[in-house]
Design a protein around this ligand. Structure first.
Ligand code: PHE
Length: 347
């Protein structure tokens, strides 16, 4: 190779080495082997040479061109390798990071309570029933002997739905589970029509709604209705059943119960049920856990039964309240905030 070709190859090598990116490199390449590159120019110049010189010169230029192309290919590879290296570094996996563990789930504390209530009452021969949360006016109020001007029917206490029922009165979000007394009894009556009807013994747990919100009231809360109706069921049976339930639920025989006279339109007589722990942080305080009473004759009639023949009791308790007492939780809202740190404790 002649002197000038050597120096062109050398210049090209240096230019390629200086190219920091693939784009720079392609620009540098254009100066040598591109359309107007120095090698290309030399090739064009061959035509003007005498025949005897053409062959040797042409071969020399080709050697130089190949050398430049080899240097180019080498630099291209080097740049590509460097880029890959950078990318790998950026995407590096830290294998020492802890993995994403899928933790075992658990039931909500109120669900745990509902499950417990169902188990205990099932063991006493109670059926477990489910009913609609969007209720008709008749089921929520009228069938339960609630007079038309009763405050429970007002917009301040009850959520109404923008759809009218068959009676032309808007549906409501049931403010208690008591409509299930009538629903279940009617079903029971239909089921045994014409035959011998066994006693009605049922609980109906579920969601209920009221326009209410503070540390002990939530617009959505839970209730569990209970109904025992037969030809010879008395208030004494209510006391036995509910006392048994409370002692089993709280796993304590050291529990006092008090039936305090009260009023509900659908029971007569009516009583609030209070419990008192004898030990522990709540010892000595009377805590209200349920409303109860002997089912009112008007309600028995609305069930499709003869109040002269059928008698019994009903109760409605608050599973949210029972959960608070069992676990020592002092703010009801914690149950419905969905804070995983709170809920995790019950797993
Ligand atoms: N439904 C009543 C309430 O919401 C509770 C209750 C149920 C009272 C059954 C008596 C009998 O407070």
């Amino acid at each position: 190779m002649t002197q000038d070709l050597d120096s062109i190859v050398e210049t090209a090598r240096r230019a390629f080495a200086q190219a920091a990116t693939p784009a720079d490199l392609e620009n540098a390449k254009a100066q040598f082997t591109g359309k107007a590159g120095r090698i290309t120019e030399l090739m064009k110049g061959l035509a003007a040479l005498p025949v005897e010189e053409k062959k040797g010169r042409g071969a020399a230029i080709n050697v130089a061109k190949q050398a430049i192309e080899a240097a180019l290919a080498e630099r291209r590879q080097a740049l590509a390798d460097a880029e890959l290296e950078l990318q790998l570094k950026a995407e590096a996996l830290d294998v020492s990071l802890p993995g994403r563990v899928r933790e075992p789930g658990g039931l909500h504390p109120v669900s745990l309570t509902l499950e417990r209530i169902e188990l205990i009452f099932a063991s006493m021969g109670f059926d477990v029933a489910d009913g609609p949360e969007v209720e008709s006016d008749w089921h929520s109020f009228t069938s339960l002997n609630n007079p038309p001007n009763h405050p429970a029917r007002s917009m301040q206490d009850t959520f109404y739905v923008d759809i009218n029922g068959e009676d032309g009165i808007p549906y409501n979000l049931r403010p208690h589970t008591s409509p299930m007394q009538v629903r279940y009894a009617q079903q029971h009556v239909r089921k045994y029509a014409g035959g011998e009807m066994p006693e009605i013994r049922v609980i109906a747990p579920g969601r209920t709604y009221r326009v209410d919100s503070d540390a002990t009231h939530s617009p959505m809360f839970h209730q569990c209705e209970g109904l025992w109706l037969g030809e010879n069921v008395s208030f004494k049976d209510l006391k036995v059943v509910f006392t048994d339930f409370c002692r089993t639920f709280f796993e304590s025989d050291d529990l006092a119960l008090r039936f305090r006279p009260s009023f509900f339109p659908f029971t007569e007589p009516s009583a609030e049920i209070d419990i008192q722990f004898q030990s522990g942080p709540l010892a000595g305080r009377w805590l209200e856990v349920a409303g109860s009473g002997q089912v009112h004759p008007a309600v028995v009639r609305n069930m499709g039964l003869d109040p002269e023949k059928y008698i019994g009791f009903a109760f409605g308790m608050g599973p949210d309240r029972l959960t608070m007492l069992r676990y020592g939780v002092n703010d009801l809202r914690l149950f419905f905030d969905g804070d995983i740190r709170f809920l995790r404790q019950f797993r």
